[in-house]
Design a protein around this ligand. Structure first.
Ligand code: ADP
Ligand code: ASP
Ligand code: MG
Length: 478
């Protein structure tokens, strides 16, 4: 059985990779290359680019009672989906799918009318509204694959990705998912079909639609790969792989050829949007390699994420930034912190389910950073019994990731010289010893990343970074 499972490849295509009929056509070509190699592809797709944002805007409008505003958004989305299907499919197939698309949009519009009438938007109904993005894209892609000889078949992700009922960020139930995959997906592979399902969405055990959190399609792909004990997971996106930093900030960022699970997880957690932070976990448990690849440049080798990355002469692999953070300064009202003080402070954050990204302490004060302001007034109120509390928002965390930072001498000095012109707030080197992070003003992020990139990647190790790719992209740009 496991030999056969080795042949399974889970291919996830992000929003830009299915943004229109041309992009969907490209995904069909990519899937064909895998089938031609004798692999069994399971395809997971995101909503078409920007659709999730627009559905959230429609839900928010309806929640404020603005029914017409909400329906204006869905009417544009309806046209976009129908037009895409029309371009992708021949007449007969299009006719049938158009009926399905229209029925889905009718259901969505009814839902929004209901929300607008009540004037209240719950997390549960938000999840139901946004689920339409992936439900629609996956149907269109499946039909496109069926037409192109790939035996595409749609699988409703809600039959497979079973979660708890934590709307907006539901927790997957991996045992149940594995059972559902064996029941609903494996038999299709045995018939040489290409199952296509939406990422990001799932259903609770009582069959209520849930979502896994923004960017969650990567997570879905890893859950499917993990549950099927697949041979590989491929995350197809709009860049050549995991880069030395976000190429939108540094256009000549380099592709990282290989990176460890641990480094990739750290990068994702600290803001590199290219992967959802939870993606790596199901893959790590089963030791399944994950590839990040470019659907617009399918020939490129991409990045391979694996248990142990090869030796690298450069101290860092990549630089990430997480914006919209708040620093909370907690100064003990009694001069010195007593035994149990830290616990008392952290218990308050825990009570309000507010995750702390970074901590620094001195004899009398604790500074922590958090990525949501939602419960801060309540937290500050509660902490004021034992401390003076101040908080400042618009902060950002810069996180530099690389194994064996410790083995390299003088790294901290080089980091701080590179960013000497920006005001550093909190500094930490994670216990895992694979990240070095510091907090700065949000407005300084681009500047700091450019300086650090120049300092650490001008002379990058060619065995790990695609240094030639930099030369090629420069020639092309000229
Ligand atoms: P998708 O829709 O395919 O999931 P995302 O927009 O979620 O794509 O992620 C891809 C984007 O992540 C890239 O376009 C890039 O701007 C951004 N990004 C941020 N950090 C990195 C990094 N270190 N390497 C590559 N891309 C990054
Ligand atoms: N469509 C969802 C989002 O935009 C999930 C994803 O694309 O990964 O967040
Ligand atoms: Mg993404």
């Amino acid at each position: 059985m496991s030999a056969q499972r080795e042949r399974i490849v889970v291919m996830k295509f992000g929003g830009t990779s299915v943004e229109d009929a041309v992009a969907m056509e490209r995904t069909a070509k990519i899937v064909r290359t895998r089938r031609d190699k004798g692999l069994d592809a399971v395809v997971v797709v995101s909503a078409m680019a920007k659709v999730t944002d627009q559905l959230l805007a429609a839900a928010a409008a309806a929640g404020k009672g603005d029914r017409d505003g909400a329906l204006a958004i869905t009417s544009r989305l309806r046209i976009r989906h129908v037009d895409t299907a029309a371009q992708l499919l021949e007449q007969d197939r299009f006719g049938k799918l158009q009926t399905v698309i229209n029925a889905e949009f009718d259901q969505l519009d009814d839902l929004l009318r209901g929300i607008a009438a009540v004037g209240e938007l719950t997390p549960r109904s938000t999840d139901l509204v946004v689920s339409f993005g992936e439900r629609l894209s996956s149907r269109i892609v499946a039909e496109g694959f069926a037409q192109r000889g790939l035996n595409g078949i749609h699988v409703d992700a809600r039959q497979v990705i079973i979660t708890d009922a934590h709307y907006g960020k539901a927790v997957p139930q991996e045992d149940l998912i594995e059972e559902r995959l064996i029941e609903n997906v494996l038999p299709l592979l045995e018939q040489r079909m290409t199952p296509v399902m939406g990422g990001f969405i799932g259903a609770s055990t009582s069959n209520i639609t849930t979502t896994l959190g923004r960017g969650g399609s990567d997570f879905s792909a890893a859950l499917v790969g993990g549950g099927l004990h697949a041979g590989a997971i491929e995350i197809w996106t709009d860049v050549n792989g995991i880069m030395t930093t976000d190429p939108r900030i540094v256009p000549d960022a380099l592709r990282v050829k290989t990176i460890s699970f641990e480094e990739a997880a750290e990068l994702a957690y600290f803001g590199a949007k290219v992967l959802h932070p939870a993606t790596i976990l199901p893959a790590v448990k089963k030791n399944i390699p994950v590839w990040v690849l470019n659907s617009r440049n399918a020939e490129n080798e991409g990045t391979k994420i694996m248990a142990v990355a090869p030796r690298c002469a450069s101290p860092f692999k990549s630089i990430a930034a997480k914006k919209h953070l708040t620093i909370v300064d907690i100064v003990a009202s009694r001069m010195l912190m007593s035994h149990g003080y830290l616990k008392a402070v952290f218990d308050v954050f825990d009570k309000y389910k507010t995750i702390i990204d970074m901590v620094s302490t001195s004899e009398v004060s604790i500074s922590v950073s958090v990525d949501t302001n939602e419960h801060l007034p309540a937290i500050a109120d509660e902490l004021s019994k034992i401390a003076d509390v101040k908080y400042e928002s618009n902060k950002a965390l810069i996180c530099m990731v690389g194994e064996k930072i410790r083995g390299h001498r003088g790294i901290a000095g080089r980091v701080f010289t590179a960013v000497q012109h920006v005001n550093l707030r909190m500094i930490s080197q994670g216990a895992s010893e694979i990240n070095m992070s510091f907090m700065i003003e949000e407005d300084d992020v681009e500047e700091a990343i450019r300086s650090l990139h120049k300092e650490f990647f001008a002379d990058a190790d060619p065995t790990v970074f695609d240094v030639e790719g930099r030369a090629v992209s420069k020639v092309v740009a000229k």
